[in-house]
Design a protein around this ligand. Structure first.
Ligand code: ADP
Ligand code: MG
Length: 253
């Protein structure tokens, strides 16, 4: 019986973060964050500007090297120096505020590039997958055009399809709608909501409180590099436990 319970805990944990510290020179940005995210959970990471949200997310796929602490993805320690960073990045996909599409590649080639290059997927297979994903984000009709001709919302939807083409187990998104004109925010949030419903594990840094409340299972509130609160959205938005979260919400809502 006990064995079963234990193995269940391990199997269901997608991300485990254990006393994560990150400094840039003298600047202590993350100051001991510990948390776990279960498979299929959608976690919104919120907090004041400069509190370490991006740094936290970037540590989860080793875009930043933690100063100390341990990060496990599906039970494998990615902070172990022996872990191959490229393998980690394949499993932990990231979507950025500024899309970062390849300007010299068509929409479809943006999506098929990494699966072909990194996963050695054949072109027909990658194209079929790419078109399926573009369909899902409502961009199939733009497959053959270049990113410069797309709106911000369209670029971000392509960027999401591109990240999903690597079939990550975990999807990280760092303010995916912050660079968009207001009228384009909804189309991207709708795509994100659709992804959340597929059961992929997601961690999203966002200032979209409505989305965080409606779609996420948990809110992680960071303050000055510490995990100041970890609550279900209902509780967080109605009755935040820490004073800084209260102040933050008063400004946001
Ligand atoms: P947030 O995303 O919550 O706004 P960040 O994680 O981007 O915060 O940044 C937290 C702090 O770390 C800020 O003071 C920022 O200036 C600093 N910082 C982030 N990245 C670097 C870096 N590569 N080098 C030096 N300082 C950095
Ligand atoms: Mg940030």
């Amino acid at each position: 019986m006990d064995l079963n319970v234990n193995s269940k805990v391990t199997v269901n944990t997608a991300v485990k973060v254990d006393r994560l510290y990150k400094s840039f020179g003298d600047l202590k940005v993350l100051r001991g964050i510990s948390t776990e995210v279960e498979k299929g959970q959608v976690v919104s990471v919120i907090g004041p500007s400069g509190c370490g949200k991006s740094t936290f997310l970037r540590c989860l796929n080793l875009l930043e090297t933690p100063t100390s602490g341990h990060i496990f993805i599906d039970g494998i320690e990615i902070t172990d120096p022996k872990t191959e960073i490229l393998k980690v990045r394949q499993r932990v996909g990231m979507v950025f505020q500024h899309f970062n599409l390849f300007p010299h590649l068509t929409v479809l080639k943006n999506v098929t590039y990494a699966p072909m290059k990194v996963k050695k997927m054949s072109e027909p297979v990658a194209k079929a997958l790419g078109m399926e994903l573009l369909q899902k984000v409502g961009m199939a009709d733009k497959a053959d055009i270049y990113p410069s001709r797309l709106s911000g919302g369209q670029k971000q939807r392509v960027a999401i399809a591109r990240t999903m083409a690597m079939e990550p187990d975990i999807l990280l998104m760092d303010e995916p709608t912050s660079a968009l004109d207001p009228e384009m925010v909804k189309e991207v949030l709708d795509v994100m909501k659709g992804l959340a419903e597929t059961g992929i594990t997601m961690a999203i840094v966002t200032h979209e409180m409505g989305f965080a409340r409606e779609v996420s299972n948990r809110i992680l509130f960071l303050d000055s590099g510490l995990l100041a609160e970890d609550s279900p959205p209902e509780q967080f938005f109605k009755n935040p436990q820490c004073e800084r979260a209260k102040q933050f919400l008063e400004k946001m809502l």
